[in-house]
Design a protein around this ligand. Structure first.
Ligand code: SAM
Length: 292
């Protein structure tokens, strides 16, 4: 990248590379023959400034453990390493491993790469009980499954300290949605029950190679500290039933959930309301009433 030698010039790709002499990501892709695979949800980010901004979302990462799912050629990974993080990255595509090994050599002792499917790996075990932040430009085909896994389960609080995740914008909006709209549903209740979920930034489709059909957005979630006596599976049962028939009144949609109609009456929740009018707190009291 010649602009690096020009004190008055400097493209984005060079401006963010003063610390380590890494080749531009496009060169890494070409050198390792990493043509993007659709089935693996591969849409790569090359803009080093954008990647640095994403890595900055959870705050200072210096010396902190980070889990990255799907490092691919290592764009976000290098931003995390430059921020001083100790990164453990899970990548399913073994074609990416040589490029990631080169990156590891440039940041000795900071990068561990696990080859495998992130859905099948115990993430907590990778950090031996230590806390870790999660950052990922998620493969779209497994993003929601990973998110519900990180937010779900009965054990709480989790070992992860924050989630900073790229989703399709429509999914990101469903996570941060407020009651009353069509985006509000199971994902919003789950995310906002157990954490604080914010839309950290929108990312234009043109930032990716190849560009996906839709826009993307980064969601940042920090976990709520307090366990509140509600069973995650009970809340999931209630929201699945309620939003499974979201146009129906609760007295109809919750018919199949044992005790739900009585609980609505006890709690003073009008059974003629529809799921999308209940706020997260109302779903939580309903699930708590059914958990006991
Ligand atoms: N982090 C890179 C970036 O930002 O340019 C690549 C992101 S790309 C959207 C998603 C990555 O996840 C790909 O490298 C893909 O091979 C990987 N991947 C897909 N499914 C996976 C899975 N189940 N477990 C781990 N990695 C996976």
């Amino acid at each position: 990248c010649d602009d690096r030698r020009d004190p008055n010039g400097g493209r984005d790709c060079c401006a963010a590379e003063p610390m380590t002499d890494l080749p531009p990501l496009r060169e890494v892709i070409a050198a390792h023959g990493l043509s993007a695979s659709k089935s693996l949800g591969q849409n790569f980010l090359f803009d080093e400034q954008l990647l640095a901004r994403i890595a900055a979302v959870p705050g200072d990462l210096s010396g902190r453990n980070v889990l990255e799912v799907g490092p691919g050629p290592g764009g976000l990974t290098r931003a995390l390493l430059r921020a001083g993080a100790k990164v453990t990255a899970i990548e399913m595509d073994r074609r990416c491993l040589p490029a990631l090994a080169e990156l590891g050599d440039a940041f000795p002792g900071q990068l561990t790469v696990i080859e495998g499917d992130a859905l099948k790996i115990d993430h907590d075990a990778l950090f031996e009980g230590e806390p870790y932040a999660i950052l990922s430009n998620l493969p779209y085909n497994v993003g929601t499954a990973l998110f519900t896994r990180w937010m779900g389960g009965e054990a709480w609080p989790p070992n992860w300290t924050s989630l900073t995740l790229m989703f399709q914008q429509e999914v990101a909006q469903r996570i941060v949605a407020q009651p009353g709209g069509s985006a509000y549903g199971r994902l919003a209740v789950l995310a906002q029950w157990r954490g604080t979920a914010k839309l950290a930034m929108k990312v234009h489709r043109s930032a990716f190679t190849p560009p996906p059909k839709v826009m993307s957005a980064i969601v940042h979630v920090t976990p709520a500290a307090m366990p509140d006596g509600v069973s995650a599976s009970k809340l999931e049962q209630v929201t699945a039933a309620a939003f499974g028939q979201r146009r129906k009144m609760l007295r109809q949609s919750l018919k199949g959930v044992p005790g739900a109609l009585d609980a609505l009456e006890t709690l003073g929740i009008d059974p003629q309301r529809r799921a999308e009018t209940l706020d997260v707190g109302e779903f939580v009291v309903l699930a708590r009433a059914l958990s006991t």
